[in-house]
Design a protein. Structure first.
Length: 675
């Protein structure tokens, strides 16, 4: 059976109910069913659901886990001796292999080589066949030509052999080999498992497909479920062709289409269908089942920072109006886009977590770059533009004017460094006097504001990392040419994969879908971008007036910081933190130390009480502003930046009590004076 299930149609529910029905009706013995998924999370979810349906005993595993169990069990019989250990990471063996070939490679290059080795192995390409097999796809990897890559691959296999270890792909390859070469073992496996179910089958790669065929051994008790429109991992070797060609390979197979979308409002489903052009691309035309909701919006902003600020402000409003922050996601194409959003959310005091990646300032390359910039700050006497000096320094961390052409890890690293370079341009545009020490101070401030990890908050995720998840509110930023599709995507196939990525993003939203794009990267920059071509089919619904223009972005002036002066010395304030407090960093604080300390103690107690990081209660900048302006009424408190309606309601009375020098009600109902 082949189930073509669209986004949000309840695939897991359909699969688990099918298995449960098979067991109840007596068609299956639970222990003879093998349900295969692609992630351990999905396998766990399936086991839980099956238990919930009263069907324990069904094996729900990833391809890898299922193959590993079998390999360990049959190894003594097939090979003899103890099975080798599986290494969790390839990089150390790749580094050793590169070392033997006298190649000096940095960490991202090693990671890119490890990914390439993975790709070649799941595609059943040997080191010997590699250069010829990929020459039409790329020129090289991690700065090495294809022959050198093949030599590293070969040396890597030698290193593993000498250490008597295997990697993840070997587990599948070896099991394929064992089943192929040992008919008795194959018969024993086939006797154990009679029914196979594969979830997310559009992501199957050639070696997994081979394994599945060997497990099934020509029997037709195979049920595959997937959505070709959600193939977003072709670069790892996944291919929807196995799903799309399943009916051809199995002419007797029943093909079922799940088209009822239970997740999203009709408005969201309509946009998703139009963007995908579903039928033409092998996907299904989704039919919305939920009640109507708000129309999806597409907002144009003058530049990236304004976009991040606008989205964060919208989120602040939603949270203040009662939406749980964990029900909101901001999705983007590349991880480098997260810094602006992280910064904007921190400024709005909205907690967030970065899914499937590290917070911007925790990334190794960003940390290394800041160390280099800090070093450069000491001898910064240059009169050259800040952006130039910064780019020179970033060169030491691996930045180059040209983005690396191949290798996801090298590209991600480059993009993070480029984001730092862009940030220095933006800051220099706001404050032409800014030099490296000022930049480092600003980066430190942002890092401090953004550092506290949180478990409950708005999810920031790349479109890849959002797969399989859903939220009440989804914001997709960067819906412009150059970002979606990303500029590196060349050729019709890559462009179609970018379209599917956007489709995956759109279909994550249950009720509210907020799309946005920015006309320029930096403030005051040339407004050269146009809205994503993928949105054109839904242009009428999204208010795109014609093929290329959305609502004209407001001039960048709106975003430019309002010039505010230090209340003590009168100089123009540069950073957001300074503007929030109304005082420049050089002037001493005007608050009473004891009051500030009391506020900090109260914030600590409150954050512990509520089990949230202190900055979620109030950031340092807001707390300083409160201490300095010393409001005596709720209205006065509300006038301070960073004190929104929700915070006013939650903490307003407490803060005024602390400011009045009294102890906050400790539950006894009495306020006791501190004085
Ligand atoms: N039969 C149903 N009736 C009502 N709601 C359902 C039904 N099936 C699924 N849902 C709900 O619809 C949403 C989507 O389901 P699920 O996440 O299983 O879809 P999916 O097919 O795996 O989606 P995707 O491939 O887009 O990740 C979930 O919130 C789920 O609870």
């Amino acid at each position: 059976m082949c189930v073509l299930a669209g986004a949000g149609t309840g695939k897991t529910r359909a699969i688990t109910h099918r298995i449960a029905y098979g067991v109840w009706s007596g068609a299956y013995q639970p222990h003879q069913v093998l349900a295969v998924t692609f992630t351990a999370r999905a396998a766990g979810e399936m086991r839980t659901r099956l238990r919930g349906l009263g069907v324990p005993g069904v094996q729900a595993r990833t391809f890898h886990a299922a193959a590993l169990r079998q390999l360990q069990y049959f190894w003594p019989q097939a090979v003899g001796g103890a099975p080798p250990d599986v290494v969790a990471h390839k990089a150390p063996a790749v580094a050793e292999a590169a070392g033997r070939l006298r190649l000096r490679l940095d960490r991202p290059a090693l990671r890119d080589l490890a990914s390439e080795i993975e790709w070649a192995k799941v595609n059943l390409i040997t080191p010997q066949a590699y250069p010829a097999a990929v020459q039409h796809l790329r020129d090289g990897v991690a700065g090495l030509d294809l022959t050198a890559v093949a030599r590293v691959m070969s040396a890597y296999e030698d290193v593993k052999g000498e250490r008597h270890v295997i990697d993840f792909e070997d587990v599948l390859l070896l099991m394929v080999g064992v089943l192929d070469a040992h008919p008795r073992i194959a018969a024993s496996v086939r006797d154990q498992y009679r029914h196979f179910v594969v979830d997310e089958y559009q992501d199957v790669n050639p070696v997994q497909q081979q394994l599945l065929e060997l497990w099934a051994g020509g029997r037709d008790e195979v049920c595959v479920v997937g959505d070709p429109a959600q193939t977003i991992y072709s670069f790892t070797g996944a291919s929807p062709k196995h799903l799309l060609e399943f009916p051809k390979r199995h002419p007797d197979a029943t093909v079922v289409r799940l088209v009822r979308n239970y997740r999203s409002t009709p408005q969201i489903v309509q946009v998703a269908n139009l963007v995908l052009g579903s039928a033409a691309r092998g996907g299904v035309d989704l039919q919305a089942q939920r009640e109507a909701g708000p129309a999806p919006t597409l907002t144009a902003y003058p530049d990236d920072v304004a976009e991040a600020a606008g989205v964060a402000a919208q989120i602040r409003k939603l949270v203040d109006a009662g939406t749980d922050a964990s029900e909101i996601a901001v999705l983007f194409r590349t991880n480098a886009q997260s810094e602006a959003v992280e910064s904007a959310l921190a400024r709005q005091d909205v907690p967030y977590l970065v899914r499937g990646g590290e917070r911007f300032f925790s990334r190794p390359e960003v940390r290394q770059a800041i160390v280099l910039l800090r070093g450069a700050a000491r001898g910064d006497s240059s009169t050259r533009p800040l952006g130039e000096v910064v780019r020179d320094v970033l060169g030491g961390a691996g930045w180059s004017p040209q983005q690396p052409a191949a290798g996801a890890a090298s590209r991600e690293r480059w993009e993070s460094l480029q984001a730092l370079a862009n940030l220095s341009d933006d800051l220099a545009a706001v404050d032409p006097e800014m030099r490296i020490p000022g930049l480092v101070a600003e980066l430190d401030r942002r890092a401090a504001e953004q550092h506290a990890p949180t478990v409950q908050g708005v999810t920031l995720a790349s479109l890849h990392a959002a797969k399989g998840l859903e939220w009440e509110v989804v914001c997709i930023i960067g819906c412009s040419e150059g970002l979606l599709p990303v500029s590196m995507a060349e050729g019709a196939e890559r462009i179609e994969e970018e379209r599917r990525l956007l489709y995956v993003g759109l279909t994550r939203a249950r009720r509210t879908l907020l799309l946005s794009w920015a006309a320029a990267r930096g403030a005051g920059g040339r407004a050269g971008r146009s809205p994503s071509r993928f949105l054109r089919p839904a242009g009428r619904l999204l208010g795109l007036s014609d093929a290329t223009s959305a609502r004209t972005p407001k001039p960048a002036a709106k975003r430019a910081p309002r010039p505010k002066n230090c209340r003590t010395c009168g100089t123009v304030l540069g950073s957001a933190a300074e503007r929030k407090i109304g005082r420049c960093a050089e002037c001493p604080p005007t608050y009473d130390e004891a009051t500030f300390e009391r506020l900090r103690d109260w914030r600590l107690a409150t954050s512990r009480d509520q089990d949230v990081p202190a900055f979620v209660v109030f950031t340092d900048a807001t707390l300083t502003a409160i201490a300095e302006s010393g409001p005596t009424t709720l209205q006065g408190l509300a006038d301070i930046a960073g004190v929104g309606p929700r915070k006013l309601e939650l903490y307003g009375a407490d803060v005024l009590t602390v400011l009045a020098g009294q102890k906050v009600d400790d539950g006894t109902g009495k306020n006791t004076s501190d004085k």
